[in-house]
Ligand binder design. Structure first.
Ligand code: ATP
Ligand code: MG
Length: 461
């Protein structure tokens, strides 16, 4: 990849004087087809078809956004976005499968086969028009249309504002995005603070792209992030949930999470975990890191990942802290349930977490309490639980993070492949060893001693 990138830029550099002289009538740099590496065969046929159909209907249409950026970097684009001067209603008239979505910004989704291409109408300058802002400067409604140039200025980062045209296969660059791409710099377009206030989600996008592309955040782009990240709380919790998922599902969760810690974003997005990590929960921090590493590996290997598992890890340090806090006041079973509920309630004040993820997350947590209890039929019942596999993976992650669990992970690894007879023996062996340790009473990691009469949840065999 790096070699391809170097080729791209060295071959471009030979002609850089020529390239910088080529300008559109409105002042954008024009990079002709022989000076960039975008090849039409790497563009989704659906996007090409949509651009052609828009052009045939007399409109201008360009490929823009991550598709152009990633092709220039020699990466595989995740999706393709199209920008046009056709209004949403006009796009809808051309494509029967088109659906207008979005309230704040109207976007048209055009379905072609299994692909959905996002088609947006050129945005205009919002100052002069009917856009609506909140007191914090956030754009609440903004469907003001403009030209290719104004559209470029309204995009988030310079490297996301490059347009590719099928008319002569050149790249059009209003914001010096090609140079930033070359320098591997992520730079916000316009005044950083104003742009973050308009849409605080750009803060998350800045960290996501910096991590995913391995780019440096340009200093002025980075500077207001800490001060303004509290504005994220003004973003609807559903959008925030979606954006948070993107942070962790893009194949660079580890780097993204590190940046989130560096820029102190957890304090707003995951306050419980933030508190626990700042209190020095090393094992919790390791566990999250381990989860992010595994998530990245799975995504790169085209395997599925479940947000429930990621959230179970992200909120685990908060759960541990709450559990320790409550353990002195009630039985461990009650403390566990109450701690889980408190952590979930607090999280829901920050990001939405749909029930379809909350329920399996709770199951993964609760199974952590059941895994140590293996006597009688318990191990067999736990093995049959629909969430066993995720809970077992979670257990291995806890051990890898440094939690001492008396070889519980290995025991469950062996138990899964053992035959009936061996399984029976394994359980008997635990019984023989006797005591809370062998039966697998969960041990709290910190905090006051619990009264001796309290039975650990599921561990009172
Ligand atoms: P990827 O799809 O790989 O995550 P992308 O850059 O294509 O990255 P999208 O969310 O698909 O990201 O958005 C497409 C384009 O729309 C962006 O490249 C950017 O130009 C513009 N854009 C998206 N969100 C914003 C925003 N919040 N503010 C300004 N421009 C945005
Ligand atoms: Mg995209």
């Amino acid at each position: 990849m790096l070699k391809r990138l170097l080729n791209l830029f060295t071959s471009g550099a030979k002609d850089s004087s020529k390239a910088s002289n080529t300008r559109t009538s409105d002042g954008a740099a024009l990079i002709p087809r022989d000076q960039h590496n975008i090849s039409r065969k790497n563009i989704s046929p659906a996007a090409i078809k949509i651009i052609k159909q828009l052009e045939d209907a007399g409109f201008a249409a360009y490929l823009v956004g991550g598709g152009v950026r990633d092709l220039l970097l020699g990466n595989h684009p995740k999706d393709f976005d199209v920008a046009t001067n056709a209004k949403p209603e006009e796009v809808k008239r051309i494509f029967r499968s088109a659906r207008i979505v979005g309230r704040r910004f109207q976007i048209v989704h055009v379905r072609m086969g299994r692909e959905v291409i996002e088609v947006t109408t050129f945005r205009g300058h919002h100052e002069e028009s009917s856009s609506v802002r909140s007191e914090d400067g956030m754009l609440l409604r903004d469907n003001v249309y403009g030209t290719l140039e104004t559209d470029a200025m309204r995009r988030d980062f310079t490297v996301n504002a490059l347009y590719y045209t099928l008319k002569d296969f050149s790249v059009i660059d209003y914001c010096n995005g090609m140079e930033d791409l070359k320098q591997r710099t992520l730079r916000i377009i316009g005044d950083p603070a104003t742009r973050y206030k308009e849409d605080p989600v750009r803060i998350l996008r800045a960290l996501r792209f910096a991590a995913k592309l391995g780019f440096n955040l340009e200093p002025k782009t980075a500077k207001p992030i800490r001060e303004l990240s509290g504005l994220l709380l003004n973003v609807s919790d559903a959008r925030l949930f979606e954006e948070v998922l993107k942070l962790f599902l893009g194949g660079s969760a580890t780097a993204t999470f590190n940046l989130m810690r560096e820029y102190d974003l957890l304090t707003h997005l995951f306050p419980g975990t933030d508190k626990a990590l700042k209190a020095g929960d090393e094992i919790g921090a390791n566990l999250i890191e381990q989860c992010m590493i595994n998530t990245d590996k799975r995504i790169r290997g085209d395997k599925t990942v479940t947000p429930a598992f990621i959230y179970a890890a992200l909120l685990w340090p908060a759960l541990q802290q709450q559990f320790t806090l409550l353990s002195g006041q009630m039985t461990p079973t009650q403390a566990w349930g109450q701690a889980a509920q408190n952590v979930i309630n607090q999280q829901l004040t920050r990001t939405a977490v749909p029930k379809r993820f909350l329920i399996p997350m709770r199951e993964i947590w609760d199974l952590q309490q059941r895994l140590p209890s293996r006597l009688g039929m318990r191990a067999l019942r736990t093995l049959d639980h629909p969430r066993f596999r995720a809970a077992y993976d979670f257990l291995l992650m806890r051990e890898a993070a440094g939690e001492a669990l008396d070889g519980l992970g290995v025991w469950w690894t062996n138990y899964q492949t053992a035959n009936d007879e061996e399984r029976e023996q394994m359980v008997k062996d635990i019984g023989k060893q006797g005591g809370a340790k062998a039966a697998g009473k969960p041990r709290r990691r910190r905090g006051p001693r619990k009264p001796k009469t309290d039975a650990a949840p599921g561990g009172n065999e």
